[in-house]
Design a binder for this molecule. Structure first.
Ligand SMILES: N[C@@H](CCC(=O)N[C@@H](CS)C(=O)NCC(=O)O)C(=O)O
Length: 215
């Protein structure tokens, strides 16, 4: 049985949960509560010195990083859909990797940071994170204007990697509603077979949305 170290509110951990749910792979969740510092506990740091969730343990295999975990799940448990989720043909593989990089860099450093500033009171330049979030949303909206999926003609792990923190944008004060192509893409992701809604942190105080620049 797979064990997933996860945590309520973590978009990165949700990526792994979503993929396993969609593939019908059973797993046992172990909750790590970051606000209480459980990610710094010695036993957890033995699993990952980075002290981050998610961590996936499958037998002898211990994997960290949500993008890496998505790759593993697609190829190990994707069955006859493995090539769909993560194609091995060089150009298609590169297209998927490109958007996995966007998930772990551009999205993480803009939308995720704006949310961390609001939710976890991280001391970052919030206005700059919001400004760069809107710049990224504009780029992604343009990219999706004439295609259904980020990296291929069908859904891939790139879509699952990019979805969570765009879905959670409002918790960081970022308004995705004016971005029509992104909104339509999110609905397509949510309509995928066996989609799992992200469990939400209850009773979050409302966050004031920063108006987006003209789109
Ligand atoms: N690149 C990693 C980032 C993981 C990450 O930042 N996890 C957050 C929760 S969403 C965390 O554990 N933060 C605690 C910390 O960095 O100290 C991934 O994509 O999984």
């Amino acid at each position: 049985m797979i064990t997933l170290y996860t945590g309520l509110g973590s978009g990165n951990a949700y990526k792994a949960e979503l993929m396993m749910h969609m593939l019908g792979v059973p797993f046992e969740p172990v909750s790590i509560f970051i606000p209480k510092g459980e990610h710094r506990a010695p036993d957890f740091l033995k699993l990952t010195p980075f002290g981050q969730i998610p961590v996936l343990v499958d037998g002898e295999t211990v994997l960290t990083d949500s993008q890496a975990i998505l790759c593993y799940l697609a190829r190990q448990y994707g069955g006859d859909q493995a090539d769909h989720w993560l194609p091995m043909e060089p150009v298609s593989l590169a297209q998927v990797m490109r958007w996995l990089s966007v998930a772990s860099n551009e999205i993480q450093n803009t939308l995720t940071m704006a949310r961390a500033a609001k939710l976890l009171r991280w001391e970052i330049d919030y206005d700059n994170a919001v400004k760069r979030s809107y710049k990224l949303l504009t780029l992604m909206n343009d990219h999706l204007a004439n295609r259904d999926w980020l990296a291929a003609e069908h859904a891939t792990i790139a879509d699952l990697a990019c979805y969570p923190y765009i879905f959670l944008a409002a918790e960081g004060g970022v308004d995705t509603r004016p971005y029509d192509a992104i909104t339509a893409w999110m609905r397509r992701v949510e309509d995928l077979p066996n989609f799992l809604d992200m469990p939400r942190i209850p009773n979050l105080p409302p966050v004031e949305l920063t108006p987006p620049p003209n789109v």
